[in-house]
Ligand binder design. Structure first.
Ligand SMILES: [Zn+2]
Length: 420
């Protein structure tokens, strides 16, 4: 991705740097050739050349671009599990994914980690974004997901003779788990996404307390992935599934819904980040009935919401790391609503706005493996900056309002917002 050339100065706003530190009032940010060279009070800012571009933050907020840590670029208006797979042909899904990436950038998300993708679309989407062919967040890709046969993602009955090969690699035993990871190595992905547990969405055979992979399969995934320098994460709701993942050496946990003391100890011992993706549960409860979700499913989402909120509070309190992502792309939780996750964590879960922003910026960059380049406003990093007309610390919901974005920058280039 190209960086800006020359000098840009952003001033007249408070700086929220993404580290969780208190905002710097009357701040100035100086960008040289796409990288941050000064972040601090206006008094003390270095002199800049007369031809520097100047951006007025209008008394609002200057902060790092947001990072969506559980992004499904190929999900689009999903109303049932089946929609994840064969609703549209791959050609059309590729175009939809490019549209979703553009939308995410317009929503202030300058980076995103895929939480799984149909076929290999996110790998190529990432390449197209990096080459500036299409606008979108800097991405880490996952490609197809891995699940045990008969697990959450294996819903097509055999008599239909429909495979799941576009969405998920189904495995029986460690040998097949290894072979699935090797396919993904060849695909060029970075994060192996697995399904250690079920979900409230499948209340009969694969609910949120069911295991969908064995420890041996998970361990084989991790050993093979780590050998090839890939990272591993998984959809983990059931307590035993979380523990299996942590013991197998997972690099992140998606959801981490039902944590007990032992799971917390295992998590904190290796400082494994968790992406709760929790607003989805509330959205499913509130809007699910109008999309035909049954009472059993709604009840499961309620239990997941309660358990997940409690676990998230505990993880933050005990010094763990949380990324903000949201499983957006469902009919009741559409792309474009990404920052609802942040408002939800402040207003429902009880995090402070600064904690929530840190999770959505600094920790997100750590999950992407790019914390040396992005995620906070610190000298030397890429100028991925969001300039908001208003005080996001007083009102986190401003981050949901695209029309309040003065600028969304990647590498010092304004890509979206009023100035674009
Ligand atoms: Zn997901």
């Amino acid at each position: 991705m190209k960086n800006a050339v020359g000098t840009t100065v952003i001033s007249h706003g408070q700086i929220v740097d993404g580290t969780g530190a208190a905002p710097i009032p009357h701040g100035t940010v100086v960008i040289q050739d796409g990288r941050l060279t000064y972040v601090g009070p206006q008094v003390g800012a270095p002199a800049v050349p007369p031809d520097a571009m100047r951006i007025d933050a209008r008394g609002g907020t200057i902060m790092p671009g947001l990072i969506e840590a559980h992004f499904h670029p190929t999900y689009f208006n999903v109303a049932a599990l089946e929609d994840l797979d064969i609703k549209y042909p791959v050609e059309y899904v590729t175009i939809l994914a490019a549209c979703n990436a553009k939308l995410a950038l317009e929503c202030g998300y300058t980076a995103a980690r895929s939480g799984g993708s149909l076929f290999n679309i996110d790998v190529w989407l990432k390449k197209a974004i990096e080459k500036d062919l299409v606008p979108g967040p800097r991405m880490a890709s996952s490609g197809r997901e891995i699940c045990g046969v008969g697990g959450l993602m294996d819903w097509n009955p055999d008599y239909r003779k429909i495979g799941m090969e576009g969405l998920v690699l189904l495995v029986n035993g460690p040998d097949e788990a290894r072979s699935a990871v090797r396919k993904l190595v060849k695909d060029g992905i970075e994060w192996v996404k697995t399904y250690p547990t079920g979900d409230a969405a499948a209340p009969d055979a694969n609910d949120h307390h069911t295991l969908c992979m064995t420890f041996e399969e998970m361990h084989a995934v991790v050993a093979t992935a780590h050998n090839h320098n890939l990272k591993v994460t998984g959809h983990c709701r059931a307590t035993e599934g979380i523990k299996n993942a942590l013991r197998a050496g997972y690099d992140a946990i998606e959801h981490g819904t039902f944590m007990d003391d032992e799971a917390m100890d295992l998590l904190l011992a290796r400082d494994v980040p968790v992406v709760p993706a929790l607003y989805f549960e509330l959205a499913s409860i509130e809007k699910g009935p109008e999309f035909g979700l049954g009472q059993k499913v709604i009840d499961g989402h309620q239990e997941t919401l309660d358990g997940g909120a409690e676990s998230a509070r505990r993880i933050l309190k005990e010094g763990g790391r949380l990324g903000m992502g949201g499983d957006y792309g469902f009919a009741w939780n559409p792309h474009g609503d990404y920052a609802r996750e942040l408002s939800f964590f402040v207003n429902y879960v009880g995090f402070t706005p600064l904690q929530t922003i840190m999770c959505a910026t600094k920790t997100g960059a750590e999950i992407l493996g790019r914390s040396h380049e992005i995620g906070t406003l610190e000298v030397g990093k890429l100028a991925d900056v969001l300039i908001v007309d208003g005080d996001v610390v007083k009102d986190i919901t401003l981050l949901e309002k695209r029309d309040r974005f003065i600028g969304v920058m990647q590498g010092g280039i304004i890509k979206a917002g009023q100035l674009a």
